[in-house]
Design a protein around this ligand. Sequence first.
Ligand SMILES: Nc1ncnc2c1ncn2[C@@H]1O[C@H](COP(=O)(O)OP(=O)(O)OP(=O)(O)O)[C@@H](O)[C@H]1O
Ligand SMILES: [Mg+2]
Length: 306
Amino acid sequence: MTALLNTNLGAMPLLGRGKVRDLYAVGDALLLVASDRISAFDHVLATGIPGKGIILTQISLFWFDLLSELVPNHLITAEVSEFPVSLQPYADQLEGRSMLVKRARMLPVECVARGYLTGSGWKEYRASGTVCGIPLPTGLLDGSRLPEPLYTPSTKGEAGTHDENISYAATEAAVGAADAAELKRLTLAIYQRAAEHAESRGLILADTKFEFGRTAEGIILADEVLTPDSSRFWEATAWKPGGAQPSFDKQFVRDYLESIHWNKQKPAPGLPDEVLERTQAKYLEAFRRLTGRELNLQGVDGTHRT
Ligand SMILES: Nc1ncnc2c1ncn2[C@@H]1O[C@H](COP(=O)(O)OP(=O)(O)OP(=O)(O)O)[C@@H](O)[C@H]1O
Ligand SMILES: [Mg+2]
């Protein structure tokens, strides 16, 4: 199978293309289509990972189902045959990788939960002993488990900008005290449930980001959830605080990009076949480990495209 880099749904109104997903308006609903684009160091690379969008969509669907008792979500259906007739001509581009969702008014907070100290949390801790202004014990290392999971909200940066950690008070100012409290409660509850599940599968859920929206029904979980693109999963047996942990999905990509000394400026390079294949295998492994099921990409995709 070849990688699907850009969807093309004819006259369907395209609302935007993120680094990975294409977003269309379908009547009152939204269609989120995960392409096979892969980003590294904040750039979309020139080559895609065949089937990545299918694998990530199937991982999100697994979690929406597992979490459905904790929180309502935006999914209407991911069965292409149940999509409106206007989408049926594009079934081969959509199969397995798209979700028709309720359009929500997105709450302008990236809801991050961290069970482990790394990334921007580690940077802040090293500088000030805090994460999002929350004081932490001394002596923690990059990769240390936190005494308890933290809610560390951030701003939702415009495309191409970095999200910035903000205080809890800033989220109250952004969405009001009641919604701020609900976002925090939901984020920590979902993190805890998901981290327990991951642990039962030999994976550490180091941190993750959720986006919530509001509909007439109240606050719902939107966007993608608990995929390797929105979360850090680590191999539990390889966990060793004191430095960057290997990335479950993108380590081969990062190692390759470091090996060619890419300056991390445009244009982003492509990846050689071997790196593509090994990375696809990691995404499939993530699906298998998290869900306990196999995903047959040939079966889901069917066609060959360029
Ligand atoms: N149910 C929903 N209703 C309305 N908007 C939604 C819903 N679910 C997700 N979104 C929004 O759709 C967009 C999905 O786009 P996507 O994540 O691909 O790109 P992005 O966030 O702009 O950029 P990035 O590549 O940095 O993630 C996000 O802006 C997200 O907030
Ligand atoms: Mg996004």
